[in-house]
Design a protein around this ligand. Structure first.
Ligand code: AKG
Length: 277
């Protein structure tokens, strides 16, 4: 029998502070979640498949300066940097059904000339080409992952997040009966909803550190004004196919995941709850 609790608790692999950060900000950066051997394996895979060495400009394609490039065109081993510990952390944040099985694929950001400063791109939430585009509750994926294989300062093409946005987007959609997928279905855009958000922050981290975000995270890329290619591994972590998310009601219980906490409704708008009653 589950029991109500007032604060999210730590898990086996995450401290209480890390869990609290995920619940409040919608993301947590876990240091060294990709161990050095796997970082090396990922960079070797990149070099073997493309010839690219992040800190050797002679190996960069001439036409890619300033570009943000996904893995199209080469078959990267998506399992190269996934460890049992990463699987465990992901399950602790998202629930036992969520898995890294599809692995992570590279997103490179090539340097470009210009002043060294943080320069975020367009804020958006990732939608999906399947189903409703984007929904309040997780359908297509549960967690968004960005694992760094290169040290990344704020001007080095840092992955960019709007802290707190998953809860803000959820609360807004829940209380106002918003169809989050509408914009995507009508315009093909997953731009962030037009609601007040906190200022964006660059995820500054070392090679091997991994940012794990709630699926409703408003995020962006940013310009690379540094001297090496930003190598990130991106993943949409899904649940096993037979799993369906069941929205939680009432106050948080001991068996809630951090992802559930962000979707709590017991402390949201009275009107909506009386409408549901
Ligand atoms: O590469 C990045 O830093 C952000 C990539 C991303 O998730 C996106 O633009 O949707």
């Amino acid at each position: 029998m589950s029991q109500s609790i007032f604060e999210p608790e730590g898990t086996t692999h995450l401290t209480q502070a890390q869990v609290a950060q995920f619940v409040t900000d919608g993301f947590v950066v876990v240091p060294g979640l990709v161990d050095p051997d796997r970082v090396g394996a990922g960079l070797k895979e990149l070099k073997d498949k493309t010839g690219i060495v992040p800190c050797d400009a002679a190996t960069w394609p001439a036409d890619k300066a300033g570009m943000h490039v996904g893995q199209e065109g080469f078959a990267f081993d998506r399992s190269a940097c996934v460890s049992p510990r990463m699987e465990a952390v992901v399950r602790e944040l998202g629930g036992a059904a969520v898995t890294c099985e599809r692995g992570l694929g590279p997103i490179l950001r090539f340097p470009q000339a210009g002043r060294k400063r943080f320069e975020p791109g367009g804020p958006h939430i990732d939608g999906t080409r399947q189903g409703n585009g984007l929904a309040m509750y997780p359908t297509h994926f549960h967690l968004l992952v960005m694992a760094y294989l290169t040290d990344t300062e704020e001007h080095d093409g840092a992955f960019t997040v709007w802290p707190g946005s998953p809860r803000q987007v959820f609360s807004w959609a829940y209380c106002n009966g918003i169809d989050l997928g509408e914009k995507w279905r009508t315009t093909g855009s997953t731009g962030a909803p037009d609601i007040p958000l906190n200022d964006p922050i660059p995820v500054v981290a070392r090679a091997g550190d991994v940012a794990i975000c709630h699926y409703l995270m408003v995020h962006a890329n940013s310009a690379n004004r540094g001297d090496h290619v930003r190598v990130g591994l991106h993943g949409w972590l899904k649940a096993v196919p037979e799993y369906r998310y069941v929205p939680k009601a009432g106050p948080p219980q001991r068996d809630w995941t951090p992802l559930d906490w962000i979707l709590r409704t017991d402390n949201l708008c009275r009107e909506r709850r009386s409408f549901e009653a």
